[in-house]
Design a protein around this ligand. Structure first.
Ligand code: MN
Length: 197
């Protein structure tokens, strides 16, 4: 039976809302085409398999290394990525428990950001940089290749930067630094806070 359990999630913003940091052209292609392809691939693989009834987090945790883990990882990675933005004019800074935990783990918000920026600049090839938290409440920056996800390493993902070239090439070409600088203007810290629980 083909239940095609995974669907493109709705965005809390319009495709034009993140410009000029992320253009409509980039979002149409990245969200509308790349993300959709990972979803279609994953649906084809889970249909009729014993993964069919699982939520995306469990597929990511349990899929054996290979095409299913790659595509499930990319589905969850993009879900987390696109859900964590808002128009730059509405962006605030982290506060409350989230800020407290960032300061406990890194010393300051600026040091956390610097750790993520440095990991992003150093990442060679396609992958993602993650802000993660472990069961003891300790945050850590993690750099993972391709479609890997912190859940496969026992860590909870809080915030992520897509460093596949498809995420920034249309808007920034080789200027990864500028992509990173603008990334921080779009983060919806309320969404990130909700990932703590
Ligand atoms: Mn991507």
């Amino acid at each position: 039976m083909k239940t095609n359990p995974f669907r493109l999630p709705e965005l809390g913003y319009q495709l034009t809302d993140l410009a000029p940091m992320m253009s409509q052209q980039t979002l149409s292609c990245h969200y509308g085409k790349h993300f959709q392809t990972y979803i279609d691939n994953l649906n084809r693989m889970v249909n009729g398999s014993h993964f069919e009834g699982l939520n995306i987090e469990d597929v990511v945790r349990k899929a054996p290394e290979g095409p299913m883990a790659n595509n499930a990882g990319q589905v969850l990675n993009h879900q987390l990525f696109f859900e964590q933005f808002l128009p730059a004019k509405n962006a605030k800074m982290p506060s409350g428990d989230l800020l407290f935990l960032i300061e406990q783990s890194f010393g300051s918000f600026g040091k956390m950001r610097e750790a993520m920026d440095n990991a992003a600049k150093q990442l060679f090839g396609s992958g993602w940089v993650w802000l993660t938290i472990n069961a003891e409440g300790k945050m850590q920056v993690l750099s993972l290749p391709n479609g890997d996800n912190p859940l496969r390493h026992g860590l909870k993902p809080l915030l992520t930067i897509d460093l596949w070239e498809h995420a920034y090439y249309l808007d920034y070409q080789n200027r990864k630094d500028k992509y990173l600088e603008n990334f921080w203007l779009l983060v919806n810290w309320h969404v990130v806070s909700k990932r703590l629980v």
